[in-house]
Unconditional design. Structure first.
Length: 675
């Protein structure tokens, strides 16, 4: 109940703010003729503004009380001023609420002061500008903004809300203007100035709506973060689809008002026609406004209450298919069908514009372009479909980490090598006896074309119309996910062949396995701990083959330590305790003693280079490799002494790479812990 009350308060105060903004914009564009400001509808609208500002303040009070009650779980805390003060001062939500409240008070004062001056376009423009400030504060507590408190994170949300206010908030002003013609027979003819006002508002409504759609796509891209399957499989997606459906209804109504009712109103020559057209226009604008309020309600729930799409879990994909450009684009004739469908949909836009200019009836104007859009989709979408399963978009419960990959490699060797081969190329000893050709999971894009959930389904139940059996009865759920991690580690390792001893600036591509460790000096940690803090130099070595390099790194400790880089030494095999104590006792870098072999094995999958693809048999693992991981968790450079002619044996070259990583300003999300 408290949550519902809080959502209602957010919707109430946001709607009031949007109406203030849109009404002031409407009044500002009406100022081309100062006599308009003497109209009764302007007076009524202006008297409404301070009441709306006060409504925002009331809504904000309800919001803060319901928020504190939900967070603390104690309604009694609302009676304790110290608890309220603590929440406002010590939480980001509380701090932004305070900003929102103060800015609304400022808006109220500006509205009151503006009423003491003569009405002018400039005065209403100033109020409109101040009304955007609480909207920006409101945007800063939405899901999208709280996850990305940067200009690029906040700007699209704020603009989306502001443009929505310009459109939606202008509708009440339009209704009050039409009210004079419906209820007061003061003139048998429509005023030219009123027609001009309506045309001006109509002329800005279309570009504003396009900006609403553009900023909405911008915000949506941030909230979905490539998880677009959530659009049709999660509550967030269903709410967004409902919002879009309502928006389509609003656009149809708005088009009807602009193309039919506005011209009819403008051409009215007598009192009866004038009242009739004004009543019809007012009726449909009122319906448009009600639908618009529903859009704001859904948007409020999406922004504050629903779990964002990129965090929503899709445990069961409800469809037997999905769309994938990556997996289908290279199939025969797919590009031809897709572009043909797009061409038909573009033609639908042209037909719509032609119909408007040719004065088609509303039914014909909507029907023909709609048929073309449906036809275009019917041509373009089917070639992009591939089979999907209930598990297709399921999030792996096991992190993409070295331990999981090591267990997956063990089970792969036991159950899969005979058919799929040691390196997943589909060249096992039984491969030629099978009824179908096995996919190459190493060098071909088969792995990247499918989801981890797809592989989990195949490992669990087998693959339809092939000889591959299911392992539901032989492997536990955890073991099956471990095998999925291993298969993807193989593929990602092959993708890492583009790496060299020098980083490619601003190109974070490869996400390596994460891991946790315990070192010889008693320290412990995880790779993820260094994200947004410092790069990591991971050295996998053999003893005594790597002795010279280890001594060189030891001597370079002062230089590397000054560059804010974490150096981790990982032995590929266990080193005898007496040798370990003698050699590494005074080592300034952590030498991993727990999980070392698993870490080394998982990173050895990234050993391949452009000149040494290492595709035959089991492959050969170098006895020394070094990896440079940036502060966002991406694998950026690699040096293999046995393959690369020159590299980080020149400490200055290594130092230069670290310096480049430290100086980079990347606007990408950190690497993920899960596939």
């Amino acid at each position: 109940m408290i949550e519902v009350l809080g959502a209602a308060a957010r919707w109430f105060q946001l709607t009031a703010n949007l109406i203030i903004l849109g009404s002031c914009v409407f009044l500002a564009i009406s100022g081309f003729n100062k006599r308009i400001y003497a109209s009764q509808w302007v007076d009524r609208l202006e008297r409404l503004l301070p009441k709306l500002a006060m409504s925002i303040l009331i809504g904000l009070v309800v919001i803060i009380t319901t928020t504190i009650a939900m967070v603390s779980g104690e309604v009694d805390d609302l009676l304790k001023p110290e608890k309220i003060q603590e929440f406002i001062v010590n939480t980001r939500v509380g701090t932004f609420w305070l900003y929102h409240f103060v800015l609304t008070v400022v808006l109220y004062v500006v509205i009151v002061l503006s009423r003491k001056n003569n009405r002018s376009s400039r005065g209403f423009s100033i109020v409109a500008i101040f009304s955007t400030l609480p909207l920006v504060a409101d945007a800063m507590v939405s899901h999208a903004a709280t996850e990305n408190m940067t200009i690029t994170g906040i700007l699209p949300i704020a603009l989306h809300i502001i443009f929505a206010g310009v459109w939606l908030g202008g509708l009440p002003a339009l209704l009050l203007l039409k009210y004079e013609y419906v209820k007061q027979a003061k003139s048998k003819r429509v005023k030219p100035v009123d027609i001009e006002i309506l045309k001006r508002f109509s002329s800005i409504a279309l570009p504003v709506m396009l900006l609403i759609l553009a900023t909405g796509l911008w915000v949506g891209d941030q909230l979905f973060d490539d998880n677009y399957a959530a659009l049709v499989a999660t509550p967030y997606g269903w709410l967004l689809l409902a919002k879009l459906l309502v928006l389509v209804i609003v656009l149809i109504i708005a088009s009807s008002v602009r193309s039919y009712w506005l011209p009819l109103f403008s051409k009215s020559n007598n009192s009866e026609d004038l009242k009739s057209s004004a009543a019809g226009m007012r009726k449909w604008v009122r319906i448009e406004f009600v639908w618009a309020l529903l859009i704001v309600l859904i948007a409020t729930i999406l922004a504050n209450n629903a779990v964002p799409a990129k965090h929503a879990l899709i445990e069961e994909w409800p469809w037997s298919f999905r769309f994938s450009i990556v997996a289908t684009w290279n199939n025969e004739n797919v590009p031809i069908f897709v572009w043909s469908g797009v061409a038909v949909m573009v033609a639908a836009i042209g037909v719509f514009q032609f119909g408007r200019s040719s004065d088609w009836g509303m039914k014909r104007l909507m029907m023909i372009p709609s048929i073309l859009v449906v036809l275009g989709l019917a041509i373009a979408l089917p070639p992009l479909t591939i089979e999907a399963y209930p598990e297709t978009y399921r999030k792996p419960p096991e992190m993409f980490d070295a331990i999981s990959i090591a267990y997956g490699a063990k089970n792969y060797a036991e159950h899969c090598v005979d058919c799929h081969g040691h390196q997943g190329k589909g060249d096992g000893i039984k491969a030629r006896t099978l009824s179908t050709i096995l996919p190459d999971m190493l060098t071909e894009p088969h792995t990247t074309e499918h989801t981890p959930g797809d592989f989990y389904h195949w490992i669990t139940y087998g693959m339809k119309d092939t000889d591959m059996p299911g392992y539901d009865d032989k492997l536990s759920e955890e073991e099956r996910w471990d095998m999925v991690n291993y298969v993807f580690a193989l593929s990602r390792g092959y993708q890492a062949r583009i790496l060299s001893a020098e980083i490619i600036p601003n190109r974070p591509n490869v996400q390596p396995p994460v891991f946790s460790y315990v070192a010889h000096d008693g320290s412990s940690g995880a790779l993820q701990e260094y994200r947004n803090k410092k790069p990591v130099l991971l050295v996998t070595f053999s003893w005594p083959q790597s002795q010279t390099r280890i001594e060189q790194l030891k001597a370079a400790y002062p230089q590397l330590a000054s560059q804010n880089v974490k150096v981790l030494l990982v032995p590929e095999h266990e080193i005898a305790s007496d040798i370990f104590e003698e050699i590494f006792n005074d080592m300034p870098y952590p030498v991993v003693t727990q999980n070392a072999e698993e870490i080394a094995e998982s990173y050895a999958l990234s050993r391949r280079t452009m000149t040494h693809p290492d595709l035959l048999g089991r492959g050969s693992k170098p006895n020394h490799m070094e990896f440079l991981i940036d502060s966002l968790g991406y694998l950026r450079a690699r040096w293999i002494p046995s393959i690369d002619e020159s590299g980080w044996d020149n400490i200055d070259l290594l130092s230069k790479q670290i310096e480049q990583l430290n100086n980079e300003k990347l606007s990408v999300s950190p690497a993920k812990d899960y596939l």
